[in-house]
Design a protein around this ligand. Sequence first.
Ligand code: 5GP
Length: 218
Amino acid sequence: MDLYDVDYPARRRRGLLIVLSSPSGAGKTTISRMLMEADPQITMSISATTRPRRPGEADHVDYHFVDDAQFDRMIADGEFVEWAPVFGYRYGTPKAPVKAALRDGRDILFDIDWQGARQLEPDFGEHLVTIFLLPPSMEELERRLRARGTDSEQVIGERMRRAADEIDHWAEYEYVLVNRGTDECLAQVRAIVAAERSKKVRQTHLHPFVRELIGPQH
Ligand code: 5GP
């Protein structure tokens, strides 16, 4: 895919694609929100989904809520960088905002599952940073799912089963964190982002800068 072949201004660094995956209830949404607040260079990717809206969720903020026909059309029109079925509904990452963010040198955060991470890998390779959040225990995960109070018993049971399936894919990620506390976990995610931004491959703008520093004769 040519998504990464945008024309970068010479002095701008290349944007990162940060995938944050975890089973639901492991704190991913909280960490994502805090990361966005703490770091204005990061833009959240808003997925499209066929899942019904939960109380408290806003259309075009949490997700683009679409029906099956719209989702089919988006697939047919090549509007997704990736999409996958999750819990009986479909979820997909729209391509246009990813392209725009990369062109502007912004980083993008994806709250997507292992199926999505796997699909982004061949397109973005070294520019993709994958982070998996583990819960401290399955008991804690269940407690957090219940505390949300948004899902029925049946859905919670199903999510606990799916959580184990999701966790099973932890080893496909580059970074794996155990979320024992939001502040500590956020600090770890921010440290990963800072280190990844400092990688040479990302800092294309340093070439002219270093030339100026030491002069053209070197
Ligand atoms: P929820 O319905 O709880 O918001 O999300 C269920 C799961 O779908 C979460 O694990 C979330 O990371 C994943 N998900 C959300 N958006 C996308 C997407 O665009 N693509 C993929 N592959 N997974 C997604």
